[in-house]
Design a protein around this ligand. Structure first.
Ligand SMILES: [Fe+2]
Length: 394
C-alpha cells in the first residue's frame, strides 16, 4: 500500500487502511473499492490523503502504532469527556476569562467529572495506549488521517502515542507514562471552554481573541487539577503544554534548559516540567503534518526541517533529537521524489525502513520523470549516499 492524495484518487482504487471518522467510527473500511461518490465525500469532509492498495506494493504493509480498535475507543472516550465542558458552556456568552473561570469554579463541570466513568475511561485508555506503544523500537511516523481542522480528537490520540514513545526512550516507568498519556489525551480540553468560532473560522484573530485562546492551558488545568482519576501530573502537563524553552510560551512564560527530560530531573522554579516539554514537541509535529484550511499537511521531512529551526528556542533540543531517532523522516508507504543523480525526478514509494539509518530508507521507484509508470526497481539509500530524496504528496 502507499499513501496517495485524495485529489489523485480514481474510482476502482482499493483502500489500504480504514478511515476512522472524527467520532471514532469506521467511515470506510480497508479493502473497500472507491467509487466517485466516496471520493467526493472524502474531499467534502476535508481529508487530504489515504492509503491505497496496489499490485506493486502489496508487500508494503503500514501498521498503526496502536491497534485500530484502541484508537477508536480512545477517540470515543475523549469525545465523551469533552462533551461535558461543551454542553455546560453552551449558551453562555463567555467573553472574558474571568467569566469562564467563574463558570468552572461553580463546579458543575467538575462535579460531572469527579469519580465519573468518563475520567476512569481516560485513565484505563491511557494504560492501554502505554501498553501498546511500549517497546516499539520506532514509530510508523504516519499520523492518522485528519481533516482540515484545528481541533480533532484524533490529534489528541496522535500526540499521546508520540509523547509516550518519546518518554519511553528516556526511560520513564509505566506509571509515569500513564500519567503522561492522561495529560496528553486531555491537553486541549481548555479549548472547549472557549468560544468554538475562534478555532473554526480561518480568519485573523483580534489581539483580545488571541489572548483568550492563550488561556486554554490554564482553563484546562483548573478544570482537571482536583480530579483524582486524572491526577496532578497530568493536570500540570495540560497547564504547561504551550511553554517554550526561551520563556516566550504561554500561559506563564516558563523556561527550559534544553537538557534531557529524564525521570529524575529536578524541576527548578520557573522551569517547564520534562513531560510537558515532550508533549509540546509532539504537539508541534502533529500540527505540522496535519492539513489546515489554509495549507496542506507538511510531509514528515518538511516538518523535521521546520522543527530543527525551533530547536533550542521553542523545542527542547534533546527531545527533538530523540524524536528524530524514533520517527522516520520518510515513513513506510510515503511517496518520495528523487532530487539528484541519474534518476532525478523519478518517483518512488518507501518500501523498507533501515532501522539504524532512519533518514535513508529503501525506495521502490515506480514512476519516471514524466510520471509514467515503469517496471518497479529498488534503491537502498543507506548504501547509495549520493542519492537524495524529498517527501511529496501526489
Ligand atoms: Fe493547546
Amino acid at each position: 500500500m502507499y499513501r496517495l492524495s485524495v485529489d489523485s484518487l480514481k474510482p476502482g482504487m482499493v483502500l489500504g487502511r480504514a478511515i476512522i471518522s472524527d467520532n471514532g467510527t469506521v467511515l470506510l473500511n480497508r479493502g473497500v473499492k472507491l467509487t466517485q461518490f466516496y471520493i467526493d465525500q472524502l474531499k467534502k469532509l476535508g481529508y487530504d490523503t489515504v492509503f491505497i492498495e496496489d499490485p506493486d506494493t502489496t508487500d508494503i504493509v503500514v501498521e498503526d502504532d496502536v491497534k485500530e480498535q484502541t484508537r477508536r475507543k480512545a477517540i470515543q472516550h475523549i469525545r465523551a469527556l469533552f462533551s461535558v465542558p461543551i454542553s455546560e458552556m453552551k449558551g453562555l456568552k463567555k467573553t472574558t476569562v474571568s467569566e469562564i473561570k467563574r463558570e468552572i469554579e461553580k463546579g458543575r463541570i467538575k462535579e460531572k467529572l469527579v469519580n465519573s466513568r468518563l475520567t476512569k475511561n481516560i485513565a484505563a485508555m491511557s494504560y492501554q495506549i502505554v501498553d501498546e506503544v511500549l517497546d516499539n523500537k520506532i514509530l510508523s511516523g504516519l499520523v492518522s488521517f485528519k481533516r482540515h481542522s484545528d481541533f480533532t480528537f484524533k490529534h489528541c490520540v496522535d500526540v499521546t502515542v508520540l509523547s509516550v514513545a518519546i518518554a519511553d526512550k528516556f526511560l520513564y516507568d509505566r506509571s509515569k507514562l500513564t500519567e503522561l498519556a492522561k495529560g496528553a489525551l486531555l491537553h486541549d480540553i481548555g479549548r472547549l471552554l472557549i468560544n468554538k468560532s475562534l478555532y473554526e473560522e480561518p480568519r485573523r484573530l483580534t489581539k483580545e481573541e488571541f489572548e483568550l485562546i492563550k488561556t486554554h492551558p490554564t482553563l484546562g488545568y483548573i478544570t482537571l487539577k482536583d480530579i483524582a482519576d486524572i491526577g496532578i501530573i497530568a493536570a500540570h502537563i495540560v497547564y504547561q503544554h504551550h511553554e517554550q524553552q526561551n520563556g516566550q510560551g504561554y500561559p506563564r512564560g516558563l523556561k527550559g534548559d534544553n537538557t534531557m527530560p529524564l525521570p529524575k530531573k529536578e524541576i527548578k522554579k520557573g522551569y517547564i516540567m520534562p513531560l510537558a516539554e515532550i508533549v509540546y514537541a509532539a504537539n508541534v509535529y502533529d500540527a505540522l503534518v496535519s492539513p489546515r484550511v489554509y495549507r496542506s499537511a507538511y510531509t514528515p521531512d518538511q516538518a523535521f526541517f521546520i522543527m530543527k529551526r525551533m530547536a533550542g528556542t521553542h523545542i527542547n533540543r534533546e527531545v527533538l533529537k530523540m524524536m528524530f531517532e524514533i520517527i522516520p523522516a520518510y515513513p513506510l508507504g510515503t511517496t518520495v521524489i528523487i532530487s539528484t543523480g541519474r534518476f532525478k525526478n523519478y518517483i518512488g514509494i518507501v518500501s523498507k525502513i533501515n532501522e539504524d539509518n532512519l533518514s535513508r530508507p529503501v525506495i521502490r521507484v515506480m514512476f519516471d520523470d514524466r510520471r509514467k509508470r515503469i517496471e518497479p526497481f529498488e534503491i537502498d539509500l543507506s548504501t547509495n549516499q549520493h542519492i537524495n530524496i524529498s517527501g511529496i504528496i501526489v
